[in-house]
Design a protein around this ligand. Structure first.
Ligand code: PRT
Length: 104
């Protein structure tokens, strides 16, 4: 089993963001700015939804990878460390999603 983590991907995205846009998709997205990167994230989200409701397991894995990678690029452009998202997810472990919804 691979020990590749989202933290590893975050480091790759940070390094490639500094590359030439001619040789890196990451750098190209960063150069275009958040509107373009976020639009791409939205497209990958829709493609993930389609794969999920099509019961297409292989495509769902591939589209999920596209989605997560593009989310990492959007977070990079927004200057939000992955750790901030992990901290928020950890904070939420103290109660169930249904409890949280009922408390609003
Ligand atoms: N995980 C990814 C990753 N997933 C998807 N993509 C790219 O995202 C782009 C858009 O994906 P699509 O499938 O939507 O491509 P498309 O349909 O041709 O796009 P459109 O023309 O329709 O907009 C493609 O160029 C994919 O290769 C990725 N590009 C990079 N990474 C990671 O980032 C690293 C650095 O990549 P570069 O920044 O390109 O050097 C790579 O080694 C990977 O680890």
């Amino acid at each position: 089993m691979s020990d590749f983590t989202l933290s590893d991907l975050e480091a790759i995205v940070a390094a490639r963001a500094k590359a030439s846009p001619d040789e890196s998709w990451t750098a190209k997205l960063v150069a275009h700015g958040q509107a373009k990167a976020a639009k791409k994230l939205g497209e990958e989200a829709v493609e993930t939804v389609i794969a999920a409701i099509s019961n297409d397991r292989a495509n769902l894995v591939a589209e999920s990878a596209d989605l997560i990678y593009h989310l990492m690029v959007v977070l990079k452009i927004a200057d939000i460390p992955l750790q901030d998202v992990m901290n928020e997810l950890e904070r939420r472990t103290s109660q169930s999603g249904l409890q949280e919804k009922a408390s609003r």
